[in-house]
Design a binder for this molecule. Structure first.
Ligand code: UDP
Ligand code: MG
Length: 168
């Protein structure tokens, strides 16, 4: 199964991960529903308790920052549900649905805005990672790196959604 979508001009694949807070709060289904409802196709989905090595590579751009170790500890503190979503300009569409990094700033209607609210300042004062429910790749390059890192080729699927004609 190819890692590249059928039409690389507009159809993209992006990586998401429901963070341990989402899994532990039991809100994964609700949030996945929002993404599916927007017409994004689930190309891959699995639960995984990520190792420090995987998380350090996943968040390598943040290595050396104050919050790095808290972030790795948080993300490795329980299982996550990792996935690949496919759709037209899926990377930016999913970021838009996810909302801003800081829950306090994330707009209502976005996943982070609707399911979390804390400020970065509060998390820092508490010495905690910012628990913002879901990860989504920031750009196409990051998406390719993250899909490669988290998934084997044979874990990613190509199929037709019956509503494909209407949604893309
Ligand atoms: N994070 C944190 N403290 C900060 C900034 C970020 O704990 O001061 C966490 C937060 O969970 C965030 C993740 O680190 O989602 C990655 O940060 P990034 O800036 O890449 O945000 P994202 O791409 O997730 O929106
Ligand atoms: Mg990021």
């Amino acid at each position: 199964m190819s890692k590249d979508p059928d039409n690389p001009e507009t159809i993209e694949r992006t990586f998401i991960a429901f963070k341990p807070d989402a899994v532990q709060r039991g809100i994964v289904g609700e949030i996945l529903h929002r993404l599916e409802r927007a017409g994004l196709k689930i190309s891959a989905l699995k639960m995984i308790h990520a190792s420090d090595e995987l998380l350090e590579e996943h968040y390598s751009e943040h290595k050396g920052k104050d919050f790095f170790q808290n972030l790795v500890d948080f993300m490795g503190g329980g299982p996550v549900i990792a996935g690949v979503l496919e759709g037209v300009k899926a990377v930016s569409v999913v970021r838009k649905l996810v909302g801003e990094t800081e829950p306090y700033e994330a707009a209502p209607g976005t996943i982070r805005g609707d399911y979390s609210h804390v400020s970065v300042e509060h998390a820092n004062r508490k010495g905690k990672a910012v628990k913002n429910v879901i990860h989504a790749s920031g750009n196409l390059e990051e998406a390719r790196k993250e899909i490669d890192l988290w998934f084997d080729e044979d874990e990613i699927f190509t199929y037709e959604r019956t509503d494909d004609d209407h949604i893309r």
